[in-house]
Write a protein that binds this ligand. Sequence first.
Ligand code: SF4
Ligand code: SF4
Length: 428
Amino acid sequence: MAASLRELMGPFADEAVRCIRCGFCNSVCPTTLTSIGYIPARTSRGRLVLLQSALEKGVPAPFTPRFKELINLCIGCLRCVSVCPARIPIPTVMSSYRYSYLKTQGSRGLMRGEQLLTHYESMVKTVSRLPPPLRQLMLSRPILWIFKKVGGFADDAPIPTPEGGTLDKYFRENKPKPGHQIYAYFSDTFARFVRPSIGVSACELLEKAGIGLAYPRQYDSGVIYWELGLWDKVRELASQNVEALSEEVVKGRKILCTSPASTMMLRDVYPRVLDSMKSRLVASAVVDINELVASLVDSGKLQGSLNHVDCVIHSTCLSQHLHLTGQIVGAIETLGAHVVEVVSECCGSGGLWGLLRKNRGLSVEIGGKLVKRLKAGVTVLSYSETCSQQVESLTHGEIAVHLPHEALNYWLSKPATHPQAAHTSQAT
Ligand code: SF4
Ligand code: SF4
């Protein structure tokens, strides 16, 4: 007999049943606060009500594409977690439903674009290693157009395109300086194969404070699989990463992350899916680049004078969840820069959710509220690779967005200019 939704969701079914239907989550949910939010089933609260009904009465039938579409309106931004009085891990409950759905439907439960996303690491790895002329050909408009059509991605979706080179090569050629304190760097796939310049700038910035980076054996963090509900694959990757990274922790090294998604996966998700001593050991050693920079600025190990700099800080969903926004603002202001404004609207990308054609309209509607708050000509710092791409795409490149550590590295290296060089690759 096929397993029931309750059996497949396990403890997360009990979490869903605890919802008291207060609707507080609706007040912060980016997809609820849109033109579709007047339909109860398309709200955060509505998704919990649907799940409760499916779990307790079996109606509506949970393993249908229609039901999954409603659950997929949760983009995993985590904004609701801090306002829920019942302390329900709402996005994890939704991911647990997706896991259950895929257990009953197999890979046909994923649409074509989602299936392509499961090959994200191998695709960007291959393209990043191509010689420049071939890479340019692969990333040319006609090829990208075909890729988007086949995968069901929107025509205007900002597909991550590898700038060339890999961090593996960079770190083979650039070893930490003698006498520097060593951190083990977990870069994740985006910095490793799409934008190695993220890792290069982290390396350069931390070197100014006497910190060197080792680059241990590592695998994709699994955040895309986590979003899609492919939990078995998350467990496999988590286990491989924890095995490799725990060797670094045993050497007394901290694990540095330069992506909020990686920080979240290593710190929150791996201990949950593995429930092992080693995963907790690795989680306790994780330090986010913004936490590290804030502490270095605080202690005076990272110094500079950025009195000429004006910037806007975009407080991204994951920055808020990880309590990083205050640390980013604090470090930048301590170094003398003027933070003109902190804007906290969601960009609507939802990881890679907003790239899919069927989600693009809503994604653009959500991101439009953020874009309205930004003005061309002002430097925007946003701690999320996908948010940066989304804002640049929605503003047709009129607003340049940088990761905070990239901008800081540039400003501290070349004062009185803008951080455009943050996008140049030194890893090729
Ligand atoms: S995680 Fe974000 S999208 Fe999902 S229900 Fe919570 S607020 Fe809404
Ligand atoms: S905030 Fe929590 S308890 Fe209230 S409706 Fe949302 S999930 Fe349910």
